[in-house]
Ligand binder design. Structure first.
Ligand SMILES: [Zn+2]
Length: 381
């Protein structure tokens, strides 16, 4: 159940109560694609990084290790040893972006596994069955994510099909949640708004699915090549038509600045691979902007990545030492950077929630954005 605690403009401060505990929003979901955060970060580590919820990937877990085996072992929570909420994506995005030779029909999509090339069929029912086997807290509806440069006629037909698929997802989840041997009988379902960059298609779709009583609503198909301005525009147009008393989720977004802009436009949930991917390459976030620890300027820098940061990397180690580890290709260097970045994101979400609680989000956002440009300003001097 979602409770809207406070608003500031369109920004929402809420909490989502689930069978695996309560999530305070706005929240960043830490992306554990195949059941772990890339960068050798354990579930124990995540507890020290202010992580509230993880995201795992239906397609990846289905093609490797397999959801049936994970169900047999007690579900994904037990398998990963994580007792807080998990959201699983539907697999749709990966089917349409990763898998080769796909064929879309009304029933679903036939495609080849990117691991061994074997043929797989996935439609709304299959996606719900896989997510039910994993036993995630929140399942995502199976959708097609049309390209941001797709023709209008293609997008119209795709969105209409995705709506029909959403109805089928709802019916299948209801059936699965009623079965005796289901891992999580209280699994929630989020629907997904699509429509590329066509305002009217997105708005019509949002109005329709808002009536269908889903547990939450995502805005999908953004951050796939359109500009930041186009993304913000779509949010401004679409989010007002999604129910305010349900959580909203902006899929796959984004940079700290994107998140601040998303919160301002009414988004509760975010997920993105940036903090872990950048961390693995020695790029770390600070309140003055992102830095590359491989740079020679940090060779003798005995200060932490960020002064005052409460993460395990900054509490103990210096920029110089982490740089040395990265240069020596020691896994610890990568791990410390990923942990710092996840902490940076999760901590920023906590700051956002505090600011919303105290009615000073607009001021916080302005200050945070200005601060994060400091290194860039210095470089330009
Ligand atoms: Zn840190």
């Amino acid at each position: 159940m979602y409770k809207l605690l406070k608003t500031e403009g369109r920004a929402k401060r809420g909490e989502l109560t689930t069978v695996h505990g309560t999530v305070q929003t706005p929240v960043f979901m830490n992306v554990g694609t195949v059941g772990a955060i890339k960068g050798a970060v354990s579930t124990d580590d995540l507890k020290g990084l202010k992580t509230q919820i993880q995201l795992s990937n239906t397609y990846h877990l289905h093609v490797r290790t397999g959801d049936k085996l994970i169900k047999e072992l007690g579900g994904l929570h037990k398998f990963m040893v994580w007792d807080q909420p998990i959201l699983t994506d539907s697999g749709g995005f990966q089917v349409f972006s990763l898998a080769g030779l796909r064929k879309i029909k009304e029933e679903g999509v036939t495609f080849r596994s990117h691991i061994d090339g074997h043929k797989i069929f996935m439609g709304p029912e299959e996606s719900m069955q896989i997510q039910s086997n994993l036993g995630s807290t929140i399942a995502m509806a199976f959708d097609e994510c049309p390209s941001s440069v797709a023709e209008r006629s293609y997008v119209e037909a795709s969105v209409a099909r995705t709506e029909r698929w959403l109805k089928r997802c709802q019916a299948e989840m209801k059936r699965l949640n009623s079965l005796d041997d289901t891992v999580n009988k209280q699994q929630m379902l989020f629907g997904i708004n699509q429509g590329a960059i066509f305002d009217d298609i997105r708005i019509d779709n949002a109005k329709r699915i808002a009536e269908w009583g889903l547990d939450g609503y995502a805005v999908g198909g953004l951050a796939v090549g359109e500009s930041h301005e186009e993304m913000y525009h779509v949010l401004e147009q679409t989010v007002p038509y999604l129910p305010k008393d349900k959580p909203t989720y902006l899929m796959g977004v984004g940079t700290p600045a994107n998140i601040l802009e998303g919160v301002e436009r009414g988004i509760d949930f975010f997920d993105c691979v940036y903090p872990s991917r950048n961390g693995r390459h020695g790029h770390v976030y600070t309140n003055k902007g992102k830095i590359n620890l491989f740079n020679k300027q940090f060779e003798k820098d005995m200060s932490p990545i960020e002064e005052g940061c409460g993460c395990p990397a900054c509490r103990t180690y210096s920029r110089a030492y982490i740089r040395h580890l990265l240069k020596a290709k020691e896994m610890l260097g990568m791990r410390l950077c990923v942990m710092h970045n996840l902490y940076f994101y999760n901590n920023m979400m906590e700051e956002i929630r505090d600011a919303l609680d105290e009615g000073r989000f607009a001021e916080y956002k302005k200050h945070k954005l200005e601060g994060m440009e400091e290194y860039d300003r210095e470089k330009r001097k």
